[in-house]
Design a protein around this ligand. Structure first.
Ligand code: ADP
Ligand code: MG
Length: 275
């Protein structure tokens, strides 16, 4: 009954609009470190992480480059920022710009231009740093699902507004949004702020659906008037969603709305005749 009233849909980026299988595309090494060092350190830290970005890094290191990982201790995930761990008696940090500038207080300087170029191409750049210097950058690219664009176009044709929400940086988010035809982009959103962004759209008078797959999407899925979870998503997301898209094809979001419209109009018809 709610699905047919939805007039704004918010999509998570990674794993929802995209395939969620990022692949390493670029490595930049600084100072005394070479590409393999940067990859080895980052992969060793990420081995303990469950983030989709983490798997891309250690899979590339181990399977494609044949690099042996180093033992780490003290692993910690910093939500919305990245990860840190102790490696051969030194703390290493790996994550986004916010991690390096806000948490470590390091300046990107000349690297900023290179990172911007990667981001404009729709890649997610992650920075590897110690407590006092930047060691390197690893960029990954995720591909947009083949059917995402068609789904967004179909929603627009039905007068439904679309949004993208992501913890990723503004530039990468804009590049991916452009590929699928979304113009309303909410980027660099911390996991705990996703639900608050849904509230803001609801307050503008919209009936809002949220489509997502991750643990950090669950509060937003619960907050939305309608939560739609991806079938290959996390259990928490599927628990929070009212509808689960089994085939992970976003055109089924349009289908769900159509089914709702047809069903509700049939219910009204039957009520009318019964009366
Ligand atoms: P989303 O689920 O939308 O990608 P997250 O809040 O999980 O958002 O992540 C936001 C950003 O934080 C990522 O784009 C990345 O730059 C950084 N980040 C988060 N987790 C990791 C990780 N394990 N390794 C490296 N970077 C990470
Ligand atoms: Mg996701």
């Amino acid at each position: 009954e709610i699905a047919c009233k939805v007039n704004a849909i918010v999509f998570d980026k990674t794993g929802t609009l995209t395939n969620g299988k990022p692949e390493v595309t670029d490595i930049i090494a600084l100072g005394a470190f070479d590409d393999d060092d940067v990859l080895q350190i980052a992969a060793s830290i990420e081995k303990a992480s469950e983030h989709p970005l983490a798997e891309a890094i250690y899979h590339h290191a181990e399977e494609e480059e044949g690099i042996t990982l180093i033992e780490t201790t003290g692993f910690e995930a910093i939500p919305g920022h990245g990860v840190k761990a102790l490696l051969q008696d030194k703390w290493y940090y790996f994550g986004n710009r916010r991690l390096v500038t806000d948490k470590l207080g390091l300046a990107l300087e000349r690297l900023e231009k290179k990172i911007e170029r990667l981001e404009t191409g729709g890649k997610t750049a992650m920075i590897l740093a110690t407590e006092n210097e930047i060691v390197g950058v690893i960029a990954v690219a995720d591909t947009v699902k083949e059917t995402s664009r068609a789904a967004i176009d179909a929603l627009h044709a039905r007068g439904i507004e679309t949004w993208m929400i992501t913890g990723d940086n503004e530039r990468t988010a804009q590049a991916i949004a452009a590929q699928v035809g979304i113009t309303n982009v909410l980027a660099e959103v911390l996991p705990e702020d996703k639900a608050a962004n849904i509230v803001r759209i609801q307050q503008s008078g919209k009936v809002v659906a949220m489509v997502g797959d991750g643990i950090n999407d669950a509060p937003a899925l619960a907050q939305a008037d309608l939560g739609i979870a991806m079938g290959n998503g996390t259990d928490v997301a599927m628990e929070a969603g009212g509808i689960v898209i089994i085939k992970n094809d976003l055109r089924d979001v349009v289908e769900a709305i159509q089914i709702s419209k047809a069903t509700v109009s049939k219910i009204h018809q039957n009520l009318f005749f019964a009366l």
